[in-house]
Design a protein around this ligand. Structure first.
Ligand code: PEP
Ligand code: MN
Length: 355
């Protein structure tokens, strides 16, 4: 083979590469146009019957040297890439996305702002057990200048035999005590039909990890005007988490706080694995404030301080922590809650403001 024919074959390949490049990009433009039409008509982006027809036609026309299997594989890659192109564009348009809304959303809990540079702390018992129990914690929060009181009245427990919470009575306790000390109430609601109850008693509706994909509940909180603290599902990807937030925002309620609370892994020495990388990723993908629940993420009091520091260092707008006057006798999450003197020490070590 002479040098010139080798060079000329290479030149032909280069030309063909450019033609292929031009053709697949031209194809992508047409796919995009089709995507727009499908969107307008509310049609599904992926059409498996059409994809099968296109592959059948290609294989019918295939004269080699590539095998039908190879042709099928190559074109499937092209189809997949085209579909992803449409999906990327959809993602760009999510209401929770920073691409759509570049500046930070500040969630306003009455006169208490969340996000936009504020560093906040939500603290309180896992479950509301009695008025005295809540009052002890609330009194301490007030002394420290903290504003956000948590407590579960509806407890979605893994076992049906575990304490299920005091229900409305628990919400009423939170409201009374919070009003007494000028605090805001953060409490979980588990039922889409309980929105009126939420409006009567709470300042922030918490959606728990087990309900992150309870779409009817997400739609219901999207239709009220209270801020929402949405916790990441224990096995949810960040994409699924943001889609869950999108359910709420797309219904008209943009007052959403995202809360990383640890994910399930094979690790046994922590209750969950705190995915600290979620914080900067969520902050850059979304304009919504991001919190870290360090209690459920770890399940152990001895590492709360470094986890809180890590959360703030990673860019979190706030943390959530479980505090109980006497954790040993707590009706839920007894092993992970800290008592008031421990919380006082935690605050001093975390932030010179509290020293
Ligand atoms: C809670 O914060 O009370 C709670 C139950 O947490 P999670 O939904 O994250 O498990
Ligand atoms: Mn708990």
């Amino acid at each position: 083979m002479g040098q010139t024919s080798f060079e000329s074959l290479r030149k032909q390949l280069d030309d063909l590469n450019l033609q292929l490049l031009h053709l697949i990009n031209r194809r992508a433009e047409i796919v995009r146009e089709i995507g727009e039409i499908k969107k307008k008509h509310g049609m599904q982006k992926f059409d498996p019957i059409r994809e099968r027809d296109m592959l059948t036609n290609l294989i019918k026309s295939n004269k080699g040297p590539f095998s039908d299997r190879t042709i099928s594989h190559l074109f499937k890659q092209i189809f997949q890439a085209s579909l992803e192109l449409q999906q990327d564009e959809e993602k760009k348009e999510l209401l929770v996305s920073r691409k759509r809304h570049p500046s930070d959303t500040i969630v306003q809990i009455g006169d208490v702002p969340i996000g936009g540079g504020e560093k906040s702390i939500i603290a309180g018992p896992c479950s509301v057990e009695s008025e005295e129990q809540v009052r002890e914690v609330a009194k301490f929060l007030k002394q420290q200048g903290l504003k956000l009181l948590r407590g579960g009245a509806f407890k979605p427990r893994t076992s049906p035999y575990d304490f299920q919470g005091l229900g409305e009575e628990g919400l009423a306790i939170l409201r009374r005590v919070a009003d007494e000390y000028g605090l805001k109430v953060v409490s979980e609601i588990v039922n889409p039909s309980d929105m009126e109850l939420a409006e009567r008693y709470v300042d922030v509706v918490q959606i728990g990890a087990r309900n992150m994909q309870n779409f009817e509940l997400l739609k219901a909180v999207g239709s009220i005007s209270l801020p929402v603290l949405l916790k990441r599902g224990m096995s949810a990807t960040l994409e699924e988490f943001l889609y869950a937030a999108e359910y709420i925002v797309s219904r008209g309620n943009n007052q959403v706080i995202l809360c990383e609370r640890g994910i399930r892994t094979y690790e046994k020495w922590t209750r969950n694995t705190l995915d600290i990388s979620a914080v900067p990723i969520l902050k850059s993908e979304s304009h919504l404030p991001v919190f870290v629940d360090i209690s459920h993420a770890t399940g152990r009091p001895d590492i709360l301080l470094p986890m809180a520091k890590a959360a703030f260092a990673a860019g979190a707008d706030g943390i959530m922590i479980e505090v109980h006057p006497d954790p040993k006798v707590a009706l839920s999450d007894a092993q992970q809650q800290i008592n008031i003197p421990q919380f006082e020490e935690f605050l001093k070590q975390l932030d010179p403001r509290f020293a």
